[in-house]
Design a protein. Sequence first.
Length: 266
Amino acid sequence: MKKYFAFYLLLILFFSSSFKVEAQYIAVMGALEQEIDLLLGEMEKQKKIQIGGIDFYKGKINGKKVVVLKAGVGKVNASYSTAVLTQNFGIDALIFTGVAGGLHPESLPGDIIIGDRLFQHDFGKFDQEGFEVTTYRELTGAHQTDLFIPSDSILVFKSKQAAQQVAFNALSGRNPNVFTGLIATGDMFVSSPEKAQWLFGEYGALAAEMEGAAVGHICRTLDIPFVVIRSCSDNANHDARVNFEQFVGPASINSSRLVLSILEDW
Ligand code: ADE
């Protein structure tokens, strides 16, 4: 009897591991509930699985096999969620969707930023000369990475194409602009015109947010194509907190609409 038990156990393990490899998903991640709500509403055959304290929603959106999750706010939550996701699902590609503080002088709430590169603006050294952003080491080796983490160029291209077909909410009295460029990630909600000006002036960053570069860093290490899509909820200035509260919902919808369009064209 014991012999058969071991045999069946091996059989189950073999099949469960091969299912894992076969099932390839497009992962869609947001930090907040509002950032994934629309996508969950569009999901067919939805199935919820909880792993490591995270709710994963598997199903189909626009006919594509997806897993959607809320990562939580900040780089630690984003890294943890990406690690649990990638260790438990076969992931073909990852799209991060959500809101950000717009840094470009012409950006307004509702505008879209497609992140073609990301960096951690709060990672660096601090001495008598002040703070300096520095490169960091690869997860798997001793090599210094570049300061900027590139998104997958094909996904960036697909995002730009898809954006042309989306009817975005006009939150600021004009049709939203679609920018492509650098996103600055840090463990802080920026509501300082000086910090916003530093990020734009020094680095050319178009948006400040709190998760993208962390997710990107892990995806690069694991060779998973990724892109970060953001819609501006605020301008990272003195009004940022109030604007965020007002626009987090409708800006999240703009970002989600772009994700839906990307999935449609996939
Ligand atoms: N997400 C939305 N607005 C933000 C801001 N101003 N700073 C950081 N993350 C944000």
